[in-house]
Design a protein around this ligand. Sequence first.
Ligand code: ZN
Ligand code: ZN
Length: 99
Amino acid sequence: MPKQEALPTYGIPSTEDLVVRLCAYCEGTGEVDVGTFIEEYQPCPVCDESGIMRVPSDYIKCRKCDGTGQEDAGEFIQWFMPCEKCHGTGWSPPPPVYR
Ligand SMILES: [Zn+2]
Ligand SMILES: [Zn+2]
């Protein structure tokens, strides 16, 4: 199944320990509503329409967007920008562990 290997990882270093998560930005639907006055759907730019992504298993819910993958784009724009911290995935690296 070569398709599995093609799932986007968004610059996340490829490790053995990737797990499949639902895309937070589109909530796994693979498309997002970008319409301002009427509903207008476009392929999700974060997961490339797949609805899922692979992230390292120790990643935690992104604190900046609270795991939604979305950031408010401003009061005149009805849709949301992908969160700049987690790139819309909703998952970010765990805080460093101090020993
Ligand atoms: Zn998506
Ligand atoms: Zn985020």
